[in-house]
Design a protein around this ligand. Structure first.
Ligand code: R5P
Length: 287
């Protein structure tokens, strides 16, 4: 049975259909003091089918983290023999080291908490696969980047699949391979602050070519909009922006639109208007 966190309901429904497993009814409440209560009465009511609970919850906020812990606990409390946790998007994964003296390794802290309520974890394109080592239970990354090729036009002109930093080059290569044609390339990136980056373009000639810029996540949009502006200056034809996790915080969408993108596409690991592609088939294969 599939149990969904409130931020992952569309993906959980897709996954239930892919796996042909029932979707538990769920309730999300907030008490006057601000505390949350996420419950799965649908799971408790159907104990006959309850050997395995698959909790699907992108931890897009601190509230989503608490909901996930509650739903894992509810599944166990009401008889699940195995609890599988699917983190379509793992929040705090980018805080994977102590950046200054006295800082926590936040990814490890949340991984430990999540591990306490589950037998197994699957997470889609975490910022670094090594984050899976922070869990105290078996945890596996799932690569869904190839799905990002699906909505691209079939007739891109001499395409370049570009990542805005070297770390995301493997994602660009995966999308290129799934598309079936084109070059790969990357920019150098230096992060100046949470909202500012400095990009240094490569020498690749993009004049008159279509460029697909790919990344694991668009958060503030600073990285992507910077890349799109540079590509426009270099005479690129159409620039398509794709990412696995379309967080699109604050004014990210506006930044990208103003920079002149042809289209913005992401997956349903984070449910946004641009979440055109579902990762459900890829998750279903790994479960
Ligand atoms: C960082 O290395 C990631 O791959 C992304 O490029 C980054 O997190 C995007 O953040 P933002 O949208 O805030 O620039």
């Amino acid at each position: 049975m599939i149990i969904s966190g409130s931020a992952s309901q569309a993906l959980a429904a897709e996954l239930a259909a892919e796996l042909d497993e029932p979707l538990a009814s769920v309730e999300y409440e907030r008490f006057p003091d601000g505390e949350l209560l996420a419950a799965a009465p649908g799971f408790a009511a159907e104990e006959a089918d309850a050997e395995r609970a698959i909790v699907v919850a992108s931890t897009v906020s601190s509230d989503a983290h608490v909901e996930l812990l509650q739903l894992q606990d509810a599944a166990r409390e009401w008889g699940a023999e195995e609890v599988v946790t699917v983190l379509p998007y793992m929040g705090y994964a980018r805080q994977d080291e102590a950046f200054e003296e006295g800082h926590p390794i936040s990814a490890r802290a949340v991984a430990r908490a999540i591990s306490s309520g589950t037998d197994r974890v699957l997470t889609v394109n975490p910022h670094e696969n090594a984050v899976c080592d922070f869990f105290d239970v078996p945890a596996e990354p799932i690569d869904a980047a190839g799905r990002l090729a699906d909505p691209l036009p079939a007739d891109l002109t001499d395409p370049v699949f570009l990542s805005p930093d070297e770390g995301a080059l493997d994602i660009a290569a995966t999308v290129r391979d799934a598309y079936g044609a084109g070059d790969t390339d990357y920019f150098e990136k230096q992060r100046l602050s949470g909202t500012e980056v400095e990009l240094t373009p490569s020498d690749t000639d993009v004049e008159g070519r279509d460029v697909v810029v790919t990344d694991d996540i668009i958060a503030t949009g600073s990285t992507m909009s910077g890349a799109v502006e540079i590509l426009a200056e270099k005479g690129a034809s159409n620039v398509y922006v794709t990412c696995v996790h379309p967080m699109l915080a604050a004014d990210a969408y506006t930044k990208l639109s103003k920079a002149g993108v042809e289209s913005i596409c992401g997956t349903d690991t984070i449910e946004r208007p641009v979440s055109e592609v579902s990762v459900a088939p890829v998750i279903a294969e790994e479960i």
